[in-house]
Design a protein around this ligand. Structure first.
Ligand SMILES: [Zn+2]
Ligand SMILES: [Zn+2]
Length: 320
């Protein structure tokens, strides 16, 4: 089968490789669509495992043709975190497309419990269920209440998905974003206001936001949010930051803030994401999408350009 692998730091290649052999309790998914995100770019720039097949935002079909999505964060099933249902916190987590071979291939082997029926969600949109699940997880940890004022920092695909999720929950959302084009995207997916970093979210919403999700991957963006939420507010550090980054702990102390973080999602976040979309409560078609073919992915992953649209790969079939 054809697969896209990390060949060296900063390099990927499309190769013909043997079909994956499912382990005990695993099944093969025939891949239709795969989303690309910042995690993939990090895994290319700084490979954890040479030869890794990328792709953790996966939609495809089973042998009988039924459409499925993949929840990629697979825990050991036995530790404190897994038993509490937080497989994304498992120290022995083996995430598909991150720690083990993923979905930028014709076939991917997945533990059966992490393969979920799409319940009517279009296959072409289903790769978005994984990043949406990560957003729902963050929103859950923040404890956002309906009608609460929430600040989203960054209007890349993650910020836009977080905005869609917050609007589906009934929150009022102000998005902060430097690029005017991306601010337009935020308004198009339903943000109540979109502002530049030199503007005040309090003025945009009529009152200061009491919670924030920082999807922009800079320490400056996180520091900005810590100063813009209401005293006593909660801030979620959603994006990993390059290199060592420090924040001013006194801002957290004197402003009575809660600083929260998470990465990935739980299986139940993925199920919630699917049910929200399948039930018509959240329209993923509002997100700007850029469909690409597998042969275009090396240019996407090796380039430095950060496109504002979400890249979705349509897999090519070399054989049946
Ligand atoms: Zn991702
Ligand atoms: Zn575990």
């Amino acid at each position: 089968m054809k697969a896209l692998r990390v060949s060296a730091p900063g390099r990927v290649e499309i190769l013909t490789v043997p079909d994956p052999i499912p382990g005990p309790g695993e099944i093969l998914v025939r891949v239709d669509r795969v989303g690309i995100c910042a995690t993939d770019r990090k895994l290319v720039a700084r490979p954890r495992r040479p030869g890794l097949v990328l792709g953790h935002e996966i939609a495809g079909t089973l042998g009988d043709g039924s459409p499925v999505g993949v929840h990629p964060d697979v825990g050991c099933g036995d530790c404190l975190h897994c038993r509490a249902g937080f497989e994304n916190r498992c120290p022995d987590r083996c995430s598909i497309g991150v720690d083990r071979d993923g979905g930028l291939a014709e076939l991917v082997a997945v533990p059966a419990g992490h393969v979920l029926p799409l319940g009517g969600v279009e296959v072409s949109l289903a790769p978005l269920l994984e990043p949406l699940a990560c957003c729902l997880h963050a929103i859950d940890l923040l404890g956002v209440a309906p009608s609460e004022q929430v600040l989203v920092v960054g209007a890349g695909p993650m910020g836009l998905l977080a905005t869609l999720a917050l609007k589906a929950l009934g929150a009022r959302v102000v998005v902060s974003q430097r690029s005017p084009q991306r601010r337009q995207h935020a308004l198009a997916v339903g943000a109540d206001a979109a502002i530049g970093p030199d503007e005040d979210p309090r003025a945009a919403l009529g009152q200061a936001p009491t919670a924030a999700i920082v999807t922009a991957p800079t320490a400056e963006a996180l520091a900005w949010a810590l100063r813009r939420v209401e005293v006593g507010g909660r801030v979620h550090a959603f994006a990993g930051l390059p290199g060592d980054r420090s924040i001013d702990a006194n801002v957290v102390h004197y402003r009575h803030l809660s600083l929260i973080g998470s990465t990935g999602s739980r299986l139940r976040d993925y199920v919630r994401a699917r049910d929200l979309v399948a039930g018509g409560h959240l329209d993923l078609r509002r997100l700007p999408l850029r469909p690409v073919a597998l042969h275009e992915v090396p240019a996407v992953l090796e380039g430095t350009e950060r496109e504002s649209a979400k890249v979705i790969v349509a897999m090519e079939r070399s054989s049946e």
